[in-house]
Design a protein around this ligand. Structure first.
Ligand SMILES: [Zn+2]
Length: 83
């Protein structure tokens, strides 16, 4: 059963639970929740956590280049001479 996150549509209207957001297990067959079960104010489903970007794999050089990054490649063994 998937867990959905809901949060008050209007943060000034909701109760202490839906203002901060809550999680609810709900069968897929049930329609999405529209009202807070406690205060009956409208709630909306939280689609995704914006602050936690998914990093699936490290960037490869070609990915970085296509994203507009300048990729610097070390050409020799990097000998530094102390002057
Ligand atoms: Zn509420």
């Amino acid at each position: 059963m998937p867990i959905y996150e809901y949060i008050a549509e209007d943060p000034k209207e909701g109760c202490r639970i839906c203002v901060r957001g809550f999680e609810l297990r709900r069968p897929v067959s049930r329609p999405p929740l529209e009202k807070c079960p406690l205060c009956r104010k409208p709630v909306k489903k939280v689609i995704s956590r914006v602050n936690t970007p998914k990093i699936s794999k490290p960037l490869s050089v070609s990915d970085a280049k296509s994203a507009g990054f300048t990729v610097l490649e070390k050409r020799d063994t990097g000998v530094y001479e102390k002057l």
